[in-house]
Write a protein that binds this ligand. Structure first.
Ligand code: C5P
Length: 229
C-alpha cells in the first residue's frame, strides 16, 4: 500500500489514573490499542506503525498481531519518545517502501470508525494536509484569570480530531523544520501549518473522541455496550 498510518500509543495516560499506560487499559475485553487497531484493519489496507511506550513494545506487538491476522506483514512496532511529536517522528523514521500518504492517529481515539480513516486518506492530495474536525457546540469565553473578557465566535472554530493525513514528503519536511526550530506543537496539523503548508478539514465523527479521563473510558464502554448484539 502507498498509505501508512502511524498510531501513537506511547503516552502514559496519567489523567486516566490506571496502572498501565493508557493504550493497554481495557475498554471491554480488548484494550484501547486493540480497539484502535481493529478499526484500522477494517479500513482500506495500509502500512501500520504502532509507536509504543518504552518497555511495552512486546505488548504492542501482541496487540498488533491479534488485530492484523494474516496481514501482519503490514505492521511494525517502534519505541516512542518523551512527547507526542517525538513519538510521531519515531513513527516517520520507521516507514518503509513506497509510502506517499501518511496518516497520524491517536491510539486513544480507540473507537474511530474505519470510514473516517478512509475519508481522510482519500482527501489527502499531493500538496495539502487533511484533518477531521467537528463544529464547536459549547459557548466559549475568552478569560483572563477569573474575569470573563469577552465572547468567542464559535462559528470560526472547529475541534480537531485524528487521523490527520498528509503527503509524506511534505510531512517529513515539516518535521525537519520543527526539529530545527526546536518547536513543539499539539498536533500534526499545527506543525504542518507552521511550515507554511496548507491544511483542510473534512467532517469528523463523535465516535473519534479521545479517551483521556475515566469519564471518557465510561463513554467508550457505554458505546460498546450499546453496539453489542
Ligand atoms: O496525552 P494525549 O491523550 O493527548 O495523547 C494523545 C496521543 O499521543 C495518545 O494516543 C498517546 O498515547 C500519544 N502519545 C505518544 N507519546 C507521547 C505522548 C503521547 O505516543 N510521549
Amino acid at each position: 500500500p502507498t498509505t501508512a498510518i502511524i498510531v501513537v500509543a506511547a503516552g502514559s495516560g496519567t489523567r486516566l489514573g490506571a496502572d498501565a499506560p493508557k493504550a493497554f487499559v481495557g475498554i471491554d475485553a480488548r484494550s484501547v490499542l486493540r480497539h484502535a487497531l481493529d478499526g484500522i484493519f477494517a479500513a482500506a489496507p495500509m502500512q501500520v506503525i504502532v509507536v509504543a511506550p518504552a518497555g511495552f513494545e512486546g505488548d504492542a506487538e501482541a496487540e498488533l498481531r491479534a488485530a492484523a491476522g494474516d496481514r501482519h506483514e503490514l505492521g511494525r512496532v517502534v519505541t516512542g519518545g518523551e512527547t507526542r511529536q517525538q513519538s510521531v517522528a519515531a513513527g516517520l523514521r520507521a516507514l518503509w517502501g513506497d509510502v506517499t500518504t501518511v496518516l497520524v492517529h491517536d491510539a486513544a481515539r480507540a473507537l474511530t470508525p474505519p470510514a473516517l480513516i478512509d475519508a481522510v486518506a482519500d482527501a489527502v492530495d499531493a500538496g495539502t494536509g487533511v484533518i477531521p474536525a467537528l463544529p464547536v457546540v459549547d459557548t466559549l469565553k475568552r478569560v483572563d484569570g477569573d474575569a470573563v473578557v469577552g465572547p468567542v465566535d464559535r462559528s470560526e472554530l472547529a475541534a480537531a480530531q485524528t487521523p490527520q493525513g498528509f503527503p509524506r514528503a511534505l510531512l517529513e519536511q515539516a518535521y525537519a523544520v520543527a526539529a530545527d526550530a526546536g518547536e513543539e506543537y499539539t498536533d500534526d496539523a499545527a506543525l504542518f501549518a507552521a511550515a507554511d503548508l496548507p491544511v483542510r478539514h473534512v467532517a469528523g465523527d463523535e465516535r473519534a473522541f479521545k479517551i483521556t479521563t475515566p469519564a471518557d473510558l465510561d463513554r467508550a464502554r457505554r458505546l460498546l455496550d450499546a453496539a453489542a448484539p
